[in-house]
Each structure stands twice: as C-alpha cells, then as structure tokens.
Design a protein around this ligand. Structure first.
Ligand SMILES: [Zn+2]
Length: 212
C-alpha cells in the first residue's frame, strides 16, 4: 500500500498506471499551477523523491521526453527540473521504514512526556484537558521537520536495512551497523524535540499525518 496526497494505491504498479493516465489526460505542454487540483497530488508525489523531496514547486509541466513518452518537470525559482515519477513512487518504501524506525527510537521521549503530564490546558484549542479525554503527545516542531534537519546534518550512511518482525505487526528497529545513527538521532530528538500533551482530536486537525 502506498499513499500519495491522500490517494491510496494497493501497489506501485497501480500508482504508475494512475500517473501515466493523469499525464495523458493533461496532455503534452500542460502547465499545472498552484490553483490546479492536480498540483497538490503532484506535490505529494514529488515529496517522496529522494533528491527533490524538500522542494515546494510553483508548478508542474507535462512534456514529452526523448522517447516521445510523457514526463514530468517541476518549476521552482524560475527553473524547470525534470524528475522521474517512477523514482518517487519507489523511493518512499525505504523512507517509510526509516521514519518508522526513527519514531520507534524516539518513543522514550514521547512516553516520558506523557508520564510527566499531570493536567493542563490544550495548546491547540485552549480548553482544559480532563482525565477522560483522549490525548496525544504532539511535537511542537513537527517530527518530519526534526527528521529532515537531522538527516541534513548527518554525514554518515543513512540506514536502509532494519529489523522487522512479522509476528509483531509494525515492529521495526535499527540494525547493529546503524548503532551510531540511532544513538545520535536519539540524542538529537531528546535535545531538540519540544513535546506537549494535547487533545487527540485537536492534534488530528493540526496535521493530516497522524502522530506528527
Ligand atoms: Zn484541544
């Protein structure tokens, strides 16, 4: 399963097919600006791309490649850059595992914040949090931002292999070879993450991505 801007696909192939059809529908030469509904979807696609994930593009363009097939370019700061939607589709799997392992490694901080909470006001809605309400430990600077900054400054290898255990559902952990990465990330998260307890429903409104 993969998800691109709230559109869910069962397989990578079905995502590829969907995008090919989309490009055909738009047609060669079409520019997709910020006001176009397709801009959001294509931005979600680009966000998965390992080289361009941090770009906030002004527009996308459908154009023919040297083979005559339709390809995608994004425009940013007056430049037009061709990117492979195929790479973007394939890339996220690794990213997802990395993100899950990083969340797992940061869990102690989250649990400590929850344990330390003895009641108070929800920062997001300003109402008190009562004992019967579902709460969530929220990252004030969002988790994705912390992760991005850490990865930007990390000069070693980025983990691509993980311990998983099909018997334990979503269990994931770093392997021994990535011990340095893991401990550095845990220290970074412990130092940088500002955590607060908020209403679960308020947190869901804050971000489309549950848990951020
Ligand atoms: Zn609230």
């Amino acid at each position: 399963m993969l998800e691109i801007s709230e559109v869910k696909f069962r397989t990578q192939d079905s995502a590829r097919k969907f995008i090919r059809e989309l490009l055909k529908d738009y047609g060669s030469g079409r520019r997709i600006g910020r006001g176009d509904p397709g801009h959001k979807f294509l931005s979600g696609l680009l966000a998965r791309h390992p080289d361009h994930g941090a770009v906030d593009p002004d527009a996308f363009k459908v154009q023919p490649n040297y083979m005559g097939d339709l390809e995608l370019a994004f425009e940013h700061g007056g430049q037009s850059v061709v990117f492979s939607y195929n790479t973007a589709i394939r890339a996220r799997k690794r990213g997802n595992e990395l993100e899950r392992a990083m969340r797992q490694a940061a869990l102690n901080d989250v649990l400590s914040a929850r344990n330390a909470f003895t009641g108070g006001i929800c920062d997001l809605c300003g109402a008190p949090i009562t004992g019967s309400q579902a709460t969530h430990v929220d990252h004030v600077v969002q988790f994705s931002e912390l992760k991005k900054n850490f990865l930007r400054d990390w000069s070693g290898d980025i983990p691509t292999k993980f311990h998983t255990d099909p018997q334990r559902g979503g269990f994931i952990a770093f392997i021994e070879a990535d011990y340095d990465f893991e401990t550095s990330w845990m220290e970074y998260h412990n130092k940088k993450a500002v955590l607060r307890v908020v209403h679960d429903k308020c947190n869901l409104k804050r971000s489309r991505f549950y848990g951020e």
